[in-house]
Design a protein around this ligand. Structure first.
Ligand code: 5GP
Ligand code: ZN
Length: 140
C-alpha cells in the first residue's frame, strides 16, 4: 500500500496539496483534514512505512525530535495549556491511514476533548501484574 495507492505518500511528495506547516528532507508536517482541535497536525515521513514496526530507528529518532520541535512551536503560537502526541499502529489501535504518522494535538483548558481523551482501565491481580512484568522485561 505505497506510492500510487497511499494518500500520505502523495501528500508527502506534494502530489496532493496540503496545509503544510513544516517540511524538510525526510518529513512533511500538515494540518489534519478532520482536526480534533485547532492546530491538530500530522508528522509524515516522506518514505512509506506502514507503522512503527516498519520504521527505521534513525527515522524514529528524528521523528521524535521533530515532534518536540513542532509541539514547542505550536504551543507557543497557540498558547496551549497542554499537548498530546499520539501515534496509532493497527486498526484495533485506531490507525486508519497505513502510512506512519504522529498526531500533534494542541490542548486548551475546557476544550472539546476533555472527556474523550481518556482510557478505560483493567483490573489486574498482583500475580497477573507480576506475570506481565516478567514476560515484558527486556535487557537494556
Ligand atoms: P490515524 O487514525 O490513522 O491515526 O489518523 C489518520 C488521520 O489522518 C486522521 O486524523 C484523518 O483526519 C487524517 N487524514 C486522513 N486523510 C487525510 C488527508 O487526505 N489529508 C489530511 N490533511 N489529513 C488526512
Ligand atoms: Zn505511503
Amino acid at each position: 500500500m505505497e506510492g500510487q495507492d497511499c494518500i500520505f505518500c502523495k501528500i508527502a511528495a506534494g502530489d496532493i496539496p496540503s496545509k503544510t506547516i513544516y517540511e524538510d528532507e525526510d518529513f512533511r508536517v500538515i494540518l489534519d483534514i478532520n482536526p480534533a482541535e485547532k492546530g491538530h497536525a500530522l508528522i509524515i515521513p516522506k518514505k512509506h512505512y506502514a507503522d512503527i514496526f516498519e520504521l527505521p530507528e534513525d527515522i524514529a529518532a528524528s521523528a521524535m525530535v521533530l515532534a518536540k520541535k513542532l509541539a514547542t512551536h505550536i504551543s507557543g503560537v497557540l498558547g496551549c495549556d497542554g499537548f498530546n502526541i499520539i501515534q496509532n499502529n493497527g486498526e484495533v489501535a485506531g490507525q486508519t491511514v497505513f502510512h506512519f504518522h504522529i498526531h500533534l494535538l494542541p490542548r486548551h483548558k475546557g476544550d472539546s476533548n476533555q472527556d474523550t481523551m481518556c482510557w478505560n482501565h483493567v483490573e489486574l491481580s498482583p500475580e497477573e501484574l507480576e506475570g506481565i512484568c516478567q514476560s515484558l522485561r527486556l535487557q537494556g
